[in-house]
Design a protein around this ligand. Sequence first.
Ligand code: BGC
Length: 480
Amino acid sequence: MAKQAVKQNMRLVIVIAAVASTGGLLFGFDTGVISGALPFLKASWNLSSGQQEWITTAALVGAVLGALSSGRITDIFGRKKVILVTAVIFAIGSVLTGASPTPTFLAISRIVLGIAIGISSFTVPLYISEISPTKIRGALVSSFQLMITIGILVSYFSDLAFADEANPFSWRWMFYVGVFPAIILFVGMLFLPETPRFLIGKGKVEKGRKILSMVEDPALVEVAVAKIQEDIRKDKLAATDWTEIFKPWLRKALIIAIGIMFVQQFVGINTIIYYAPTVFIIAGFVGAKAAIAATVSVGVVNVLSTILSMFLIDKLGRRKLYFIGLTGMAVALTALGTFFLLKDSLGPALKYITVGSILVYVFFFAISLGPLGWLIISEIFPLKVRGLGMSIGSLSNWLFNAIVTFTFLKLAWAFTGPGMEILNEGALKPDPNPAGAFFVYAAIAVIGIIWGIKYIPETKGKTLEQIEEHWRAGKMPREL
Ligand code: BGC
């Protein structure tokens, strides 16, 4: 009988995670969609490298704004309401970007869309981590990462489906498609509960307990309620506010949150996610459609490796995966840089080697830093500052992402100068050679390894409460 109840609870938890993760899907879709649209936007409006960087980065600027406000608003209005509003912004943003009459209008619409991305990148993992039972928290939070990668893959497929070399404006439909997952998220979320942690925090203990008993191991429900209540009582006694997060006992958690996002972004993942077709064209693919088709393979490896990481994350643990992933990325990036340096002597072989090295690189990212960044920021902060802590983590993520995205082509020009892009008609046009940029990201992967030895905590199998006690005792992250 008890077993039956546990099984049913599991089912509910999975439904909750699946619907909430549609937020991740939208996040992935709306960030990935630009990759295939870029070559067409370039053609339809004759955009410079700088303008392409602006349009790509605009969504990230919005995401920074969204991430900035999300900590406070989820603490005031609750996780559920915020996710609902986000879905509406996603829908509006998709229509606006698709209908854009000018590059400036497109950049501004992408800022609007970015706001929804920024809010969801923080609220959805928060929602999932607060509503999942301890035992499978890792796997559930990384289901968010899986949805991001599926969203990216869907965007690559739809870019490929709509890519029409005869129509430079085929990017419009690439953007419109984003309306559909927004509707799914909105409708699904209407049927899901608010998190117990938020409710109990607002004094709705009975409601909180009821939801907790629907999802948590029955033996742990009362312990969890008591712990949450105790935390809230302590909070009130100490009359703490958001400045708590900057106090010395939480400093290490803060450094970890910002540090892991720095490493996640500065290894250059989004120069591949957003610019893969552009890079493939530089490597020798002729035409946007062929380059977008090659990009689909990047999306597939990203999804499959993320699925693999969900099995590994609670088995191998966070630290091992972190080091394995970064080592693989450092090697793949160094290889990529070298191949692009040898561009002229490699000739037509370059495009195949580039695809191969990028797939290896994406594999190592997706089994490690991809899910780990978001998981770790959801695990290391105590309840009273969890909202704020995660929002600082995702804010850093977006800021670093924006910097990398806005500087990729510039970095490529600065370090290695021009390569040649072969245009459709066979004509040559100067384009940056990304070799130097890849070497910079490889160096950052090595720095990430050194930093991680001291700072990456092993949170596997620990309750959120145990982690809090660890910080209170003033211990180092690696001792966890
Ligand atoms: C990162 C994104 C990236 C994605 C790729 C996420 O964890 O935060 O910036 O685009 O992984 O799968």
